[in-house]
Design a protein around this ligand. Structure first.
Ligand SMILES: Nc1ncnc2c1ncn2[C@@H]1O[C@H](COP(=O)(O)OP(=O)(O)OP(=O)(O)O)[C@@H](O)[C@H]1O
Length: 331
């Protein structure tokens, strides 16, 4: 389900400095109700800073931020009951059980969902009586998602949703997030996983060096990456000269050993297979590769993450106090 046309999250020309370093340089985007909006970008791009401004944990130096029409810093008290936040790492008292943590968090919301059902959906039912200190990394991650969702928030901010969760568990979490979105919840998802963004996000913004360098649907971004389609196969008989080069959309045809590689755009696979069939040539080991969000991401941000720069300033902006009960901190 795509957005409904009601803007739920809006940032305009957001700027943020740490010391004399500008880490957000005019970030603007709007997320509609019911959308899953992804924030991608290399380490240090400014994703967490943006998200923390939206959560009311940090104050921007310029620009505006609104969540459900509220200024997150000035109206934090009004916003918290409407917002579910998953942090990169949760630290609960080691002796607190999963069930206790969830019950405590649920008590802060007017109409929480049933904690038992949520634990079940997240594969944590059997860990209900397990103390936090004994949970595996993947279980802690699931619990942090449960804590973000138990209040039945209207907006959920999910940071590194499935980090540390095994592939099967990851799919369960994605299914759950889709069901949450179907209830009309708007989701801002910070992720480093392209597969996750492709699967879940209606639109993604790619942040790099404190600026948005692209914002579109995952499919449109992949298409714009321009690498088009590549087909590889081993023909059962030599190809007549010029057979493939003249087809619509074909950019190049090369042969290495017995493998032919055709690159181009449009309905390339269909065209190639049809013409081979007309010449009664079988394409063995046929592989079709399409540009993915991965290609788009790498062409937009370069092949490496920048990581924190050596010129980092000391922490100058402390998170506000008075947050929801589970004491949480970022890794
Ligand atoms: N409290 C702080 N004081 C000084 N510099 C900071 C502070 N928090 C973040 N930074 C710097 O601001 C820049 C943006 O950081 P931010 O955490 O927003 O990036 P990110 O995109 O979330 O990165 P990651 O993917 O690694 O989580 C980085 O260079 C980071 O080192």
């Amino acid at each position: 389900m795509a957005g409904s046309g009601t803007t739920v999250i809006e940032v305009n020309d957001l700027e943020k400095r740490y010391g004399d370093r500008l880490v957000l340089r005019g970030v603007s985007f709007a997320v509609e109700q019911g959308e899953i909006f992804g924030l991608l970008g290399p380490n240090g791009a400014g994703k967490t800073t943006t998200v923390e401004i939206l959560e009311g944990l940090r104050r921007q130096d310029a620009g505006t931020a609104r969540v459900l029409g509220l200024d997150p810093r000035a109206r934090r008290g009004d916003l918290l009951p409407l917002l579910g936040v998953q942090l990169q790492a949760s630290e609960l008292p080691a002796r607190m059980t999963v069930g206790e943590a969830l019950a405590l968090q649920a008590a802060f919301y007017e109409a929480p969902v049933d904690p038992a059902t949520l634990l079940d959906e997240l594969g944590l039912a059997e860990a209900r009586r397990t103390r936090f200190g004994k949970l595996s990394g993947g279980q802690r991650q699931r619990l942090s998602l449960a804590l973000a969702l138990v209040g039945d928030p209207r907006v959920a901010v999910l940071d590194e949703l499935t980090t540390g969760i095994d592939p099967a568990g990851r799919r369960d979490v994605w299914d759950l997030v889709e069901r949450v979105r179907e209830r009309g919840v708007t989701i801002l998802l910070v992720t480093h996983l392209m597969e996750e963004a492709e699967r879940l996000c209606d639109r993604v913004a790619v942040l790099d060096g404190g600026r948005i360098v692209a914002l579109d649907t995952p499919t449109a971004l992949a298409r714009a990456a321009g690498s088009g389609t590549t087909i590889r196969f081993r023909p059962s008989a030599p190809l007549p000269a010029g057979l493939l080069a003249g087809l619509p959309g074909v950019g190049s045809v090369t042969q290495t050993g017995s493998t032919v590689t055709v690159s181009g755009t449009g309905e390339l696979a269909h065209e190639v297979i049809a013409v081979l069939a007309r010449h009664q040539i079988v394409a063995a080991d046929l592989r079709v590769e399409q540009a993915t969000l991965d290609d788009a991401y790498l062409s937009l941000t370069g092949p490496r993450g920048d990581g924190p720069a050596a010129t980092d300033q000391p922490v100058t902006d402390q998170p506000a106090t008075g947050q929801a009960p589970a004491t949480t901190r970022r890794s």
